[in-house]
Structures are given as C-alpha cells and as structure tokens.
Design a protein around this ligand. Structure first.
Ligand code: C5P
Length: 237
C-alpha cells in the first residue's frame, strides 16, 4: 500500500468492551466516520457473534482478533466460522508455527474477502519477556518479529500484526502487498501507556504500516468523533 490510500480506510477502531451496549454506543456515535472495527475475545464472548453480523450488515469491515493458537484442525474451523460471519481480517499466532498458519490460510480460501494476519510479538513484550519464554541470546523483539513475519509470509498469510516501531523493517522485508497492521499507537502528545514499542499513527504509516488499530484513546474519549478525526488528521500529515 502507498500513502495515497484514503486515511479513513487505514483506521481500525478496537471495540474492547465487556458488553454490547458500550460497543453499540461507540459505533452509533462514530456513524459514517469509521468503516473498520476490531472485535476481540472480550466482546465476542460477552456479546456473541451476531454483534459481528450486525456490523457487517451495516457495511462495516470487521477485524476479528481471535489470536488463534490451537491444533491446525481447530484453527481451520475457527477461521471458517469467522469467514461465515463475513469478517475481513482474522488473526493467528505465528509462534504456533507453519502448521497453524497454513491451516488458517487454507481455511480462508473459501471466503474471498477474508485475510489472515499473523500476530508476531505482542506489543507489551520486550527482550526480557522473550527470554522468559525461552527466546534467548541476543534476540531482540524486532529480530523475533522479522523472523516470525517471514515465516508467516512463507505460510501464505496476507499480513502481520506488529508494533509501529517494526513497521519500517517489516515493510523492507515483506512484499509490497502484505498487510502490516499496527496496534499500540499513541496520539502525538499522549503517553504510550503499557505499549512498550509504541509510535504515532502517522509514524507507523510513514514507515510502512497499512493499517493502525486505535483503541481506548478513541473509544473512551469524551468525544470519539473528534478523536477519530484527530487520528485521521495525523495520518494526513
Ligand atoms: O491500547 P489500545 O486500547 O489502543 O489497544 C487497542 C488494541 O491494541 C487492543 O485491542 C490490543 O489487541 C492491542 N494492544 C496490543 N498491545 C498492547 C496494548 C494493546 O497489541 N500493549
């Protein structure tokens, strides 16, 4: 993707809520401003899959962030279930290896609009967290992200999830059409909070990200529409 892409289509708003009403309220308030929402395990479990079907029926794109890490047969089944709901993006853990990712990609083929994204290294993780789980030696978070992203590309995944700080190296390492979706963005002047490898939306896209995921900074804002426009304006810079 190039920076000529219309900024609104790059913004994915994360509906991280524990109830349907709160999610509906944000979607209603954002109205036609926002076209792309992320639904994670919390909201899916609390509100059920018909929330997703209703978003799709409203013409919204849905990123169903399941972070699948299971035996390949179960991953394939979950991807088919996601495809049947009409979602556009679904996530699988690259640390689960080629078998899981290939199973997800094969299952997605029946759903032309469905893309499989591989989660590389969760954005709150640093070198010492990787050492704790046995990724040792001199491996930095960035090296691990690149290693997993290459594996994901070989397995046929359509894109990866990574931090804004890895967007540049990833864009150099991956094909031009590969999606690079970056959560963990903080707006200019905002504290990065628990996002250890954070960056701004503008910085992430300039470095090569295709999409940015924005969550609480927007959904908990007093005026979510103004916050959405602020993110879009940052992407227009
Ligand atoms: O922090 P924020 O509310 O913007 O988070 C939006 C999304 O980014 C979350 O749904 C989560 O999946 C992802 N995230 C992440 N690493 C973090 C914090 C959030 O990947 N440290």
């Amino acid at each position: 993707m190039t920076n000529a892409v219309e900024p609104t289509s790059r913004i994915i708003v994360a509906l991280d809520f524990d109830n349907r009403r709160a999610a509906d309220e944000v979607v209603d308030r954002l109205g036609g401003e926002c076209r792309f929402y992320k639904v994670g395990m919390e909201l899916l479990t609390a509100a059920g899959p018909d929330l997703i079907e209703r978003l799709v029926a409203k013409g919204k794109e849905v990123f169903l962030d399941l972070k699948l890490f299971e035996i390949p047969n179960s991953v394939a089944g979950a991807v088919r279930a996601a495809g049947s709901l009409g979602v556009s993006l679904v996530t699988v853990h690259s640390m689960g290896g080629t078998g899981i990712m290939s199973a997800a990609v094969a299952a997605a083929r029946d759903f032309p609009r469905l893309r499989v994204l591989a989660l590389t290294v969760v954005i709150s993780m640093m070198r010492f967290d990787l050492a704790d789980i046995g990724v040792t030696g001199s491996t930095s978070a960035e090296e691990q992200v690149l290693r997993l992203a290459r594996l994901a590309e070989e397995a046929g995944c359509h894109g990866v999830i990574a931090s804004p700080q890895e967007a540049g190296p990833l864009r150099k390492a991956l094909g031009a059409g590969t999606l690079i979706v970056t959560p963990g963005v903080a707006l200019p002047g905002e504290s990065p909070g628990e996002h250890a490898r954070s960056g701004t939306p503008c910085g992430a896209v300039a470095a090569g990200a295709s999409h940015v995921v924005v969550g609480r900074t927007l959904t908990r804002a007093a005026d979510p529409v103004a916050a959405f426009r602020f993110v879009r304006a940052d992407l227009e810079l």
